[in-house]
Design a protein around this ligand. Structure first.
Ligand SMILES: Nc1nc(=O)c2c([nH]1)NC[C@@H]1CN(c3ccc(C(=O)N[C@@H](CCC(=O)O)C(=O)O)cc3)CN21
Ligand SMILES: CC(C)C(=O)C(=O)O
Ligand SMILES: [Mg+2]
Length: 284
């Protein structure tokens, strides 16, 4: 395959200016990252959705920094030529700046990430600035911020009222001002996402935010129907049914072992004839 020019934060800004859509997908391990890179994805996000789709939790809150470091390393091994962003997990960036920077350092030095993503608006702008000042590119994330699910009261669409919309625009501008190189807009109206995208010079990456964003992101397991929620959410398009492929493959394996049709002769190893004859044959 042709080797692509490594993506940079400057290139992402140029893509926005040129109107070239930016593609993000999440990945959490070596094979998924390798396949995403081979498929031509621009950016891989090692999301804390890891908690839901890989670790079986019912929210992203239990995901730890250790979890993200471990999975980011595997993703980087699978997609060494792709720009890889690591999600900062719940409560890893709300203490002191020192504590936050220690976590960022682990994601970069042990996880080998190229950038980090944090949920929140103007209230975390000082944190975004400190991380940026340390030379680490930052992706913002506003709208539905799943780490705040218990405060929000559910996974609800954000920015429907004009007050909320204006606050979200102010948040986006604060993050841009603080040095973020891109902002995820999650579960906001298409109208608000279009407005924010027009007002910013950095790219917006939408999930459930309509077609006017500068890029799109989806969760790997959602777009491939790989063990995630049985009924895909409105903002997800299903491009393949990997879960069904895996289930039917394993079911066929079970059936063939039970029927003794697997393994067949072509899957088995044999001794030389003389040895077999000596051990088990007619030794008169
Ligand atoms: N598998 C997976 N995909 C995701 O996109 C995702 C995760 N997990 N985990 C972390 C967050 C949580 N996300 C979610 C979770 C639920 C809804 C949801 O049920 N939304 C409703 C709309 C609610 C409303 O009407 O306000 C929907 O029907 O789409 C949306 C995003 C997005 N992220
Ligand atoms: C849905 C994306 C943006 C995310 O934050 C995640 O996968 O954790
Ligand atoms: Mg996340």
């Amino acid at each position: 395959m042709e080797k692509r020019k490594p993506l940079t934060t400057a290139r992402l800004k140029k893509m926005k200016q040129a109107g070239e859509p930016i593609t993000f997908v999440t990945a959490y391990d070596y094979p998924s990252a390798k396949l995403a890179e081979e498929a031509g994805i621009d950016v891989i996000l090692v999301g804390d959705s890891l908690g839901n789709v890989v670790l079986g939790y019912d929210s992203t809150l239990p995901v730890t920094l250790d979890d993200i470091v471990y999975h980011t390393r595997a993703v980087v091994r699978g997609a060494a030529s792709t720009f890889i962003v690591a999600d900062m997990p719940f409560m890893s960036y709300h203490g002191s700046i020192d504590h936050t920077l220690q976590g960022v350092a682990r994601l970069m030095q042990e996880g080998h990430a190229k950038a980090v993503k944090l949920e929140g608006g103007a209230e975390i702008a000082h944190t975004v600035e400190a991380i940026t000042n340390a030379g680490v590119p930052v992706v913002g994330h506003i709208g539905l911020t799943p780490q705040a699910v218990h405060q929000i009261g559910g996974y609800l669409i954000q920015g429907k009222s004009s007050e909320q919309a204006q606050k979200l625009l102010a948040d986006a501008k604060a993050l841009e001002q603080a040095g973020a190189f891109a902002i995820v807009l999650e579960l906001v109206t298409e109208e608000l996402a279009a407005w924010i995208s027009k007002e910013l010079t950095i790219p917006t990456i939408g999930i459930g935010a309509g077609a006017s964003c500068d890029g799109q992101v989806l969760v790997f397991h959602d777009l491939l129907q790989y063990g995630s929620a049985p009924a895909p959410r409105k903002f997800v398009k299903v491009y393949a049914n990997v879960g069904e492929t895996i289930r039917s493959g394993i079911a066929q394996y079970v059936q063939e072992v039970k029927a003794r049709s697997f393994p067949g002769p072509e899957h088995s190893f044999h001794m030389d004839d003389e040895v077999a004859a000596y051990l088990y044959g007619d030794k008169e």
